[in-house]
Design a binder for this molecule. Structure first.
Ligand SMILES: C[S@@+](CC[C@H](N)C(=O)[O-])C[C@H]1O[C@@H](n2cnc3c(N)ncnc32)[C@H](O)[C@@H]1O
Length: 255
């Protein structure tokens, strides 16, 4: 369900969509509650994700480079003219990055469960379309998007039903031949028990198709954040060591 701020908020769900929605409501109420509780806890340590930290900035720079490589590999480059949905958009910074890459803000959409995060996104990036909602059931028309992104979303969802409902709904709103871009943990986090890794195999199983592009990246974040003045000389050198990389960026095409 989406809030009234959705550009397509008045659109009616199809009959098939309505029955999926009913299933989703049953299976995921507890999971939605658990996610809200977890994110309430995260609010207590905002410093962790401070973009001013040199390690966090290096993580973002590396990731942005790999995003561009993957979009090229997926044939959705340059981004101008493509319609993009960020599922679990949080504060909206990924969509803002896409705007800096040439996407028109009016073609960018974000949805997130958490009203406070969406409020921040709307205030920070007013030209982009953000809404509050559970992505198990979205009001967008079928085949509306060219690109759908999920960054550290599947790893935060423990419920297999919710993951499956997300995949079904994403498959409905992406156009045939459109792409899904996933950035997520490839290994269990030693410091955050509220996440589960999402292997390449798991992504393949969820969507029933092999990745077009996959690359591991991101130096162990607690280590990267401690590099301080050594970040410049050391981030890249350490990040070439595969066991020190915690995430995957995976692009799949849905036919
Ligand atoms: C770890 S955060 C990542 C936020 C953002 N993608 C980023 O990379 O900064 C995961 C986000 O997914 C959202 N989320 C989880 N399940 C969702 C669902 N079923 N529908 C919409 N958003 C969901 C959470 O509310 C949270 O904001």
């Amino acid at each position: 369900m989406q809030d009234e701020a959705t550009p397509l908020g008045s659109m009616k769900l199809s009959r098939a969509g309505a029955s999926v929605a009913a299933m989703a409501n049953k299976s995921s109420t507890k999971e939605v509650q658990r996610l809200r509780t977890v994110y309430e806890l995260y609010r207590a340590s905002p410093e962790k994700w401070n973009p001013g930290n040199a390690g966090n900035a290096a993580i973002a720079t590396e990731r942005n480079e790999v995003i561009v490589k993957s979009l090229r590999a997926g044939g959705v480059w340059p981004l101008r003219g493509y319609r993009v949905l960020d599922v679990g958009c949080g504060g909206g910074s990924l969509l803002q990055f896409f705007a800096t890459l040439g996407a028109a803000p009016s073609d960018l959409y974000g949805i997130d469960l958490l009203p406070d995060r969406v409020a921040v996104a709307k205030e920070s990036f007013p030209g982009i379309n953000f809404c509050v909602g559970n992505a198990e059931e979205m009001n967008f028309p079928a085949e509306f998007f060219d690109v759908i992104t999920l960054f550290t979303v599947f790893s935060s969802i423990f419920s297999a039903d919710m993951r499956a409902n997300l995949v079904r709904e994403i498959s409905r709103v992406v156009r045939p031949g459109g792409v899904v871009l996933i950035y997520d943990f490839r290994v269990p986090s030693l410091v955050n028990w509220n996440t589960r890794p999402v292997s390449r195999r798991a992504v393949r199983r969820l969507f029933g198709t092999a990745p077009v592009y996959a690359e591991s990246l991101t130096l162990i974040p607690p280590l990267a954040r401690r590099l301080g003045r050594l970040t410049d000389p050391w981030y890249r050198r350490l990040a070439v060591l595969s066991p020190l990389r915690t995430h995957n960026l995976i692009l799949i095409r849905l036919l």
